[in-house]
Design a protein around this ligand. Sequence first.
Ligand code: ADP
Ligand code: MG
Length: 157
Amino acid sequence: AAMKHLPYFCRGEVVKGFGRGSKELGIPTANFSEQVVESFPSDMSTGIYYGWACVGNGDVHKMVLSIGWNPFYKNIKKSVEAHIIHTFKEDFYGEILSIVITGYIRPEKNFDSLEALISAIQEDIEEAKRQLDLPDQRKFKEDNFFHLPECKIVNNH
Ligand code: ADP
Ligand code: MG
């Protein structure tokens, strides 16, 4: 169920999250709106994925992505958040984030401590970096999806 929809192309505005303090952990996550999240296949597994991401007309970077149960909605709705593996000069709320999800790392987990959570995320980031260097993954970085006008229909290729 995790892999069957991949590669998954998606574009939408970056909205305010629900302040889980991702940035304070050094791992900010750009959140998609509820509307974009609702457009995801309902049988796409929660968990940690990787792929490529681009803010506005900017460069394409590696990313790790979490599809998780959204505590703000008492875990009946999902949230989709991307940590882009790049240091940005400033926040980009309100900008259009384009992503392609190309691989799956692991299911959602609960952690006993903040340290355990942070080190798991660091491992996810290293795993994403390694996978995305492989030729079959690298090709998605060059996908036309990242270079075409926003009116392009997505997931219809
Ligand atoms: P929120 O709860 O509002 O999502 P976060 O602590 O998760 O707050 O921070 C997310 C915001 O940080 C993003 O919306 C974006 O504007 C900014 N940001 C800066 N660098 C990155 C990055 N490398 N990846 C994702 N978001 C980033
Ligand atoms: Mg966030």
